[in-house]
Every structure is written in structure tokens, then in C-alpha cells.
Design a protein around this ligand. Structure first.
Ligand code: SIN
Length: 277
């Protein structure tokens, strides 16, 4: 029997898992990691400068791999999205609060981001807990939100007319694939932890079902400001070989863009989820 993994909580969400080689995780350790993922919502690891094959092999132990339809992939590895910002580029990928794939009918379970090159300073990623955000709302607001559904889309971010796509030319593409919308409950129950989570996000949610965009905006803005209160968030500082593995069903993330003139390259593998409710 292998000994219990060493984990340090990172505050509102996330925990740093120490002394582990993700290329050699036993089945028993994997079970511990799965329990920690459900509990902490984001797992952080350090010193995991593994080959793309090992990154893929570890990610595959959590589910099927999603081949991202918008991101440029790492050469030779279609299942690994490249999240890069070159020194001469201004915009970064993911520099806004969002959860990946909420525009899909069956959103992704999570994303595993491995740092390959990081700037000397800056380039941290912020995470917010949507279970904490739900739990700290009044019971009146919780009850009201439980009756709502919301429409999510990729069109305004990855579609042909999206300003973001112009800025991300060469890094993101395939705008033709940004045609789908999805409707999800505003509050979902996390399939493993059983906790309720706020499931709208500033990146991809358009409006509440049956409400206009104008009618939806004040309440969405309130929820967005509520969710990112510092008490619901954590911040991760990267080094080469660091990994953040976040649960897309109950967290948001935000890649800070404060390292102009330097290069940052991350490799992201996204794992397919199951229907949410
Ligand atoms: C992303 O939104 O997937 C990118 C996050 C990051 O680069 O920190």
C-alpha cells in the first residue's frame, strides 16, 4: 500500500500535491488524486517536466481526451492545445474569467495545463470556486437561481466576427466550428462532490433562458462580481513543469496578462465530461 499523498490547501480552492511523479502514479494514488480533485476543485503539481506522451497518458486516466476545435495544437500532438504568448504579442489566451467548454452540450470535465516556458515575473493564473460562490449566496437567491437555465455560446469568442479571434490569429482558428449554443441549469450539482455550483461564467454565458440579454445583464453582473470575491479565489504562480488541473464544472480561471515582452508557453489537455444537471 502506498503512503498518503502530501497535499497543502491553497485557500478557498485548490491544493498543491507534493512529492509525486505524474508519469508514475499508482492506481491507489490516482484514487487519492480523484478524491482530492472532488474536494479541492483544482490540483497543482510542481516539477513535472514530462514528455507530451506522459502528459497525455496521465490525462487519459481521467477520461477521454477532447480534441480542441479552436486552439492551435502542439506540433505532432493534436490532443495537446498550445497556449502561447510571444514577446511581441499583446493579447493572451484566456485573459478573462471563464470556464472552458460551457458552450458544449456536454461540457468538459477539466483541463490540465502544463507550464513549458514562463516569464521571469507575472503570468499567474487566478481560479474561483463556483461552489463557494453558490454557498455564500442568500437562500432566497439560491432558490431563485435553482429555477433558471442559461444560454452559453462560443460564437462571440471564437466565431468569425469575434474581435478576440483577430487578436489571436495563428493561435486560435477554425471559426466555422463556433456555431453551437448550449442551455444549462444556472446551478448544477457536482457529480462527484454533490455540492451545488454556480454554472454561468463571464466568458461564454449570453443570457438566462427566456430572458433578454438586457434583462439578464444586471443579475449576471451581480453573480460575476459575487463569484470573484477574494474569499472565493486562489492564485497560482507558475514555474516550468508546474501543472494546474482544474474542474471545469465548478471553477472559473483567468490567465493574467502582465508579462509583455516575454514568452509564456503552456500545454493544455482537456478531458471530456458527462452530462451536467
Ligand atoms: C486557459 O484559459 O486555458 C489558459 C490559462 C492560462 O494560460 O493560465
Amino acid at each position: 500500500m502506498s503512503k498518503a499523498l502530501q497535499m497543502t490547501s491553497k485557500g478557498a480552492l485548490g491544493c498543491l500535491v507534493k512529492d509525486i511523479d505524474l508519469a508514475q502514479v499508482s492506481d491507489e494514488q490516482l484514487q487519492q488524486l480523484k478524491a482530492a480533485f472532488a474536494e479541492h476543485e483544482v490540483l497543482f503539481f510542481e516539477n513535472q517536466s514530462m514528455a507530451p506522451e506522459a502528459h497525455l497518458a496521465f490525462a487519459s486516466r481521467w477520461g477521454d481526451i477532447n480534441i480542441n476545435r479552436f486552439f492551435t495544437h502542439v506540433e505532432g500532438y493534436p490532443a495537446i492545445a498550445q497556449v502561447v504568448k510571444e514577446p511581441q504579442q499583446q493579447g493572451n489566451i484566456g485573459g478573462y474569467w471563464h470556464t472552458d467548454h460551457s458552450y458544449d452540450q456536454v461540457p468538459a470535465l477539466g483541463s490540465m495545463l502544463l507550464a513549458r516556458q514562463v516569464p521571469p515575473t507575472g503570468g499567474d493564473t487566478l481560479f474561483a470556486s463556483c461552489t463557494k460562490a453558490f454557498a455564500s449566496l442568500s437562500t432566497g437567491m439560491q432558490q431563485m437561481l435553482l429555477s433558471l437555465r442559461a444560454v452559453h455560446s462560443s460564437r462571440h469568442v471564437f466565431g468569425e466576427q469575434a474581435p478576440y479571434m483577430g487578436e489571436m490569429k495563428g493561435r486560435l482558428g477554425n471559426s466555422d466550428a463556433a456555431k453551437q449554443d448550449a442551455v444549462h441549469p444556472v446551478i448544477i450539482t457536482h457529480p462527484e462532490s454533490g455540492r451545488k455550483a454556480l454554472y454561468v461564467n463571464p466568458g461564454f454565458t449570453l443570457h438566462f433562458e427566456g430572458w433578454t440579454t438586457e434583462e439578464s445583464k444586471p443579475l449576471l453582473d451581480y453573480l460575476y462580481a459575487h463569484a470573484v470575491q477574494l474569499e472565493h479565489t486562489t492564485r497560482f504562480q507558475w514555474a516550468p513543469g508546474s501543472i494546474a488541473f482544474w474542474d471545469n464544472r465548478c471553477t472559473w480561471h483567468y490567465a493574467l496578462n502582465d508579462y509583455h515582452g516575454t514568452r509564456r508557453e503552456m500545454h493544455r489537455i482537456t478531458i471530456e465530461g458527462s452530462p451536467i444537471s
